[in-house]
Ligand binder design. Structure first.
Ligand code: ADP
Length: 307
């Protein structure tokens, strides 16, 4: 069953512009499900083998800026020499926010004979999200784990990602079905970036995210501490709204790399809401510099300094 049939079967009307998707290999009705699954696995492996580095962005809890970090890391990579070679998979099936942040809300996936074509975002980034299939803002996806997992595997196997340097996967918060599906389906994950805020409440769940990643034998690239400190634009006073240094502390405790600290910056929020690329628009800001430094570290770890 392909993603369009799945949506219809589960009562999600499709976006007006969505054409019927006619998969070439999997999804034809009346076939042996096991053969279908094997065929999908082959397509998934073939598709993923054309992507040099698959990076997963994970957080223990919601609201810590995981999608913001995903979107800005992707843009920072694209402008650092990977133009046209960065893809983002929004694996948050029920709460997709990547299209909004990257300014491609309301766009549709194109379907052709080889499969589904990602939406092209600024810097020629390839984006895939459930949001591109939904008919309206109010349409919820009320699916249990297995259906969400099925959709994610479709996005990995049936999307024509092409040759990329990086695929960055934005997961929903926590270590649930989507996270498990991604970690078990993508061969050779380059690494997992774990996003947290400095508060102790957030630290507890970081431990779970690190343990989860290790259990699934994926490398932890490191921890990013987001919303780390705030400098008042009016008086210049520095305020640590969510405390500071918690990410580094937990990284040391868990013996994982600390990738960097991103301050609270109202322009990050504004640019995300407007779908404009923060790292370009505010390239001189401490937060944009922090993103660039983190990307440099990630490139170094994966040894892909652009030519
Ligand atoms: P998550 O994916 O972890 O649920 P989001 O990335 O959706 O979190 O971020 C939640 C909200 O916080 C968004 O409105 C986003 O714009 C804002 N935000 C994230 N990081 C920052 C930051 N460093 N400074 C200011 N706002 C931020």
């Amino acid at each position: 069953m392909n993603i369009y049939s799945l949506c219809r079967k589960e009562g999600i009307g499709l976006a007006g512009g969505s054409k019927e998707f006619k998969p070439t290999a999997t999804g034809r009705g009346g076939r042996d499900p096991e053969a279908e699954r094997d065929e999908q696995e082959l397509r998934l492996k073939a598709s993923m083998s054309r992507i040099k580095h698959k990076i997963v962005v994970l957080s223990g809890k919601g609201g810590v800026g995981k999608s913001t970090v995903t979107a800005n890391l992707a843009m920072a990579l694209a402008i650092r020499g990977h133009f046209g070679r960065v893809g983002v998979l929004d694996a948050d099936i029920t709460g997709p926010s990547i299209p909004k942040m990257l300014g491609v809300r309301g766009r549709r996936l194109d379907a052709g004979s080889p499969g589904l074509f990602p939406v092209v975002a600024p810097f020629n980034m390839r984006i895939v999200s459930m949001d591109f299939l939904l008919p309206s803002d109010e349409t919820p996806v009320i699916w249990r784990g297995p259906l969400k997992s099925m959709a994610i595997r479709q996005f990995l196997a049936e999307v024509v990602w092409g040759d990329l340097d990086f695929l960055i996967v934005d997961l929903p918060p926590g270590t649930g079905d989507e996270a498990l599906t991604i970690m078990q389906s993508i061969p050779n994950i380059g690494g997992v970036v774990i996003v947290t805020i400095p508060s102790e409440v957030s630290q507890i769940v970081v431990k779970k995210a690190v343990t989860f990643t290790r259990k699934l034998n994926a490398p932890v690239l490191g921890i990013v501490e987001n919303m780390s400190g705030f400098v008042c634009p009016k008086c210049g006073t520095e305020v640590n709204i969510f405390r500071v240094g918690g990410g580094q502390k937990i990284a040391e405790e868990l013996r994982v790399r600390f990738l960097g600290r991103i301050p609270l910056d109202p322009t990050i929020c504004e640019d995300s809401d407007e779908g404009t690329p923060f790292v370009v628009r505010h390239s001189e800001s401490p937060a944009a510099t922090a993103f660039a430094e983190i990307v440099k570290k990630i490139e170094g770890l994966l040894e892909t300094v652009p030519t």
